[in-house]
Write a protein that binds this ligand. Structure first.
Ligand code: NDP
Length: 338
């Protein structure tokens, strides 16, 4: 089967990971790229060997494509996804799906009505490390999960120090950038949903315009588990990690909150310590593989539109908590959707 893709957004993430991930699929083809600037579109197409460059959404959606990958700045995702769905194209959209969970629900509802596959590109679900942790928990290897800790504070590379730290209107800030991933990864690994969050945010010197460049969140999950997550743009020397502690054991993963299939997962129980083995498939290649399969009616995207609503509702609640100084309930309002 061939799947012809149109890229909405001449972005860094597409150039670094997603173009390769699409081309790694049997039948995966990139037919066109859209940038708001015609010169950028042409240069991007040339540099990446993409046959067509367009500068309007209309032109892209009229071209011979089956699916779109949306990786523009966050405020544009809603309108672009709704237009693509109306044109009958399957949509793999970057996180956050939109600026608000209410808008994300509109996208998911529109895709459902149109019978379109909508996926959220939460790449971390595709990491072998996280799948190994999820399997270990689901099979009872740490007993009853009690607490989790996510270490995901990084240093934002200079080439990305643009809209993320200057433009609130584009959905900048570390919460919409990284906390959404952490909320999704916690849900996926724990097989549990967050119900409440309390968050502190900071502006530690990088972000402007009232945006936050650091966040610490405390989450309560349905099962009673509590978790903490730390997201940041300004910590040059902090490693990443993810721990889940249960009644019968602990999972301690290092260097796993990344874009690469790296890191290690240690299981510690009364029997001693064991390094879990896991596959090292490229996270983005797996994401597109699952998306292609979903188009063929085989299963769901690795992260669905509903998962994207959940992660955005969680991040939204974290921002509300940081500004109000109070714990905030998390409700994705999936029941209110048709
Ligand atoms: P970029 O800043 O690289 O690109 C976003 C938009 O900015 C592009 O669509 C482009 O607009 C414009 N742009 C990019 N480079 C330039 C330039 N040199 N000059 C002028 N304009 C430029 O964003 P990212 O790739 O970092 O992020 C895009 C989306 O992907 C976001 O939603 C983000 O949250 C998400 N993301 C997801 C990741 C994941 O692992 N799931 C990782 C990184 C990002 P135009 O297309 O109109 O030319």
């Amino acid at each position: 089967m061939s799947v012809k893709w149109g890229l909405i957004g001449a972005s860094t993430i597409a150039r670094q990971f997603m173009i390769n991930a699409i081309r790694a699929q049997e039948g995966g083809e990139i037919a066109a790229v859209m940038s708001s600037n015609p010169e950028r579109a042409a240069a991007y197409a040339r540099e990446n060997g993409i046959p067509a460059a367009v500068s309007t959404l209309d032109a892209l959606l009229k071209s011979d494509i089956d699916a779109v990958y949306i990786s523009t700045t966050n405020e544009l995702h809603l309108e672009q996804a709704l237009a693509a769905i109306a044109a009958g194209k399957h949509v793999l959209c970057e996180k956050p799906l939109a600026l608000t969970s209410a808008d994300a629900r509109k996208m998911v509802a529109a895709a459902r009505t149109a019978g379109i596959v909508l996926g959220t590109n939460h790449h971390l679900r595709n990491a072998g490390a996280h799948r190994a942790m999820r399997d270990a928990i689901a099979s009872g290897r740490i007993g009853k999960p009690i607490a989790a800790r996510v270490f995901h504070s990084v240093y934002l590379p200079e080439n990305l120090q643009g809209w993320r730290i200057t433009k609130p209107e584009a959905g900048g800030g570390v919460v919409l950038d990284i906390t959404v991933h952490d909320a999704d990864t916690l849900r996926f690994v724990l097989g549990d949903d967050p119900v409440e969050v309390s968050a502190f945010t900071q502006s530690a010197g990088m972000a402007a315009g009232g945006l936050e460049d650091g966040a610490m969140c405390i989450w309560r999950f349905k099962s009673g588990l509590i978790a903490q997550s730390h997201e940041g743009f300004t910590t040059k020397f902090a490693g990443t990690g993810f721990e889940v502690h249960g009644s019968e054991g602990s999972l301690i993963a290092s260097d796993v909150m990344t874009q690469k299939p790296d890191g290690s997962v240690l299981l510690r129980t009364a029997k001693g310590e064991e390094q879990l083995s896991f596959d090292r498939e490229d996270l983005y290649v797996r994401s597109v593989r699952r998306f292609h399969a979903a188009i063929l009616g085989k299963g769901q995207p690795a992260a669905t539109g509903e998962d994207g609503i959940w992660s955005l509702a969680s991040a939204e609640a974290a921002l509300q908590s940081a500004s109000s100084g109070k714990a905030v309930k998390i409700d994705p309002k999936l029941g209110s959707m048709k």
